[in-house]
Design a protein around this ligand. Sequence first.
Ligand code: KIV
Ligand code: ZN
Length: 394
Amino acid sequence: MEKHRIIFFDTTLRDGEQAPGCGMGVYDKLRMAHQLDALGADVIEAGFPMASEDDFRAVSLVAAEIMRPVIAGLARASEPDIRRAWAALDCARHPRIHVFLASSDLHLQCKLKISREQALEQASRAVAYARSLCDDVEFSPEDATRSDPDFLCRLVQAAVDAGATTINIPDTVGYSIPDEFAATIRSIRERVRSIENVIISVHCHNDLGLAVANTIAALHAGARQVECTINGIGERAGNASLEEISMILSVRQAQLPFESGINTQQIYPASCLLSQIIGFTPQPNKAIVGRNAFAHEAGIHQHGVIANPLCYEIMTPESVGVPGNRLVLGKHSGRHALSKRLAELGFTPSGSELDSVYARFMKLAENKKNIYDQDLLSLVSLPAHQQAAIHATT
Ligand code: KIV
Ligand code: ZN
């Protein structure tokens, strides 16, 4: 079976960061970007430089330090935004300017107050300007899935003619369903001239819980770049989750004609680092990285897993970087076990830091029988007042 290499475009630091409660500091973004590099992300969207001074600094810092992946900065379809994005990408070895402009009548009329003709002209001008600065330009027609299909094709055509190298089709409000989304991708491939010279990307939101299903459907229809985030964070119900897409490609590789450069063993460390930075973890039943993703409590399941893990596990915890050693931590655990577990999660607090984490750990263990990885992350990351709140409720 011929395998198509899928480009993983991670937008944890941009779309992910836009979600309520997911704000990240400049240096936290840099730490996260190093982890995304280790994970094998092909493109890291580091921010929206025009949005704030901090976003600009974050994109600049990531661009200056992270050399292997493409580093993207987001810009509205306007010269000042594009100039700002380009300035932030100044030190990038592989820069990309990502330009977006709405394509649905709803957005054009109510939000931007421009006509379709004006949108065509604005997109064309913006993409051409971005291309005059940078060889790698992505264009996104925002709210593509609620746009008139003919107009969507005309707008994409204008962007391709102006020099876009990637066309990203966002399901901005998570409205589409898999067959329909795949048909949209096919129709763009059939109707837009020279589309075979550009990469088609998809960017799915999870409002109906279909972000990953829509993404996979789009790959079958010819998309070759997926936009996604760690733990699926992002606006409202989030974006397609990187760990789910990459593990679908990995677990079902015999059935799927796709491959990626993701080092799946770095998934759990990436998830933990993000949780530590933003101060909350994915829901317990979250696929791949949730606390219960590899947990078995029912006796019949425990028996099956002991007999052969394949009875109830379609992938090993180790394959996604979940430490194999399942030591249960509780009030009888010592500093050594705590520090070993923290190291497995990627944290190596020094002597006095470890003392204070251990003291907090013991306090938590007085009220909570089992201490999970996610509890440990809260101990190493949360400010004191939030830790106190957790202790009060557990
Ligand atoms: O959801 C969306 O439409 C976006 C675009 C900026 C790509 O995030
Ligand atoms: Zn988005």
